[in-house]
Design a protein around this ligand. Sequence first.
Ligand code: SF4
Length: 249
Amino acid sequence: MCATKSVPGRTLNATIVKTGAKLPQKREKFDPKRDLAPERIKELLKRLAAAYPNAECALHHRNAWELLVATVLSAQCTDARVNMVTPELFRQFPTPNAMAEAPLPAIEELIRSTGFYRNKAKSIKGAAQKIVSDFGGNVPRTMAELLTVPGAARKTASVVLGVAYGLAEGIVVDTHVLRISRRLHLTRETDPKKVEQDLMKIIPRDRWISFSHEVIHHGRQTCIARKPKCAECPLENLCTSADKTWSSH
Ligand code: SF4
């Protein structure tokens, strides 16, 4: 989905990393009083912002419609692959009106390499038709309206509202945000909707959009799924995840 520009985080202690001398000492359980303390959340947000100051969406787009389509295409697909496909797609069908009229097989052919192309083509054409018929050809600006558009579930709607319109209506919870929120003990939930509800309670609204971008980048660069690079993580001494591969405390 959306990612960010790379900016180096904390400098490594090369000796410790090289020898691997320090292994996690504490694998603490979730403690709401400690883990959700406002000072801790504030510090986490501060460090994320410092580590990824240019956080932005990696899906190329020129407007809300293109972002909506790109986000639909990004399901089970890399942003890089989506960015290879969308220029020709939008060259041939540049507007919701044009996409609504496009033959389904033509859309399928253009997006085939993104996977699940039949379903995605149906969603894109359906979204275009809905936007033309109900919203005058403009991508709507509210969560309630966007959720009526085919292919736009809550995550997609949050991306479009946040990135294209700068409206913080929700927090994007993708696989990275889900994993890292759990590792940082910001939630105990596993369902993205419930994780989002937990995050919305503790993250100030003016950070909802940037938080997702920063965490997605953190997940791609450092807090990766299989073997997180804890020794170079700017959040390390605030993290007591059982998944840690190295610990300073
Ligand atoms: S310390 Fe490790 S597990 Fe914790 S957030 Fe950083 S990379 Fe992820």
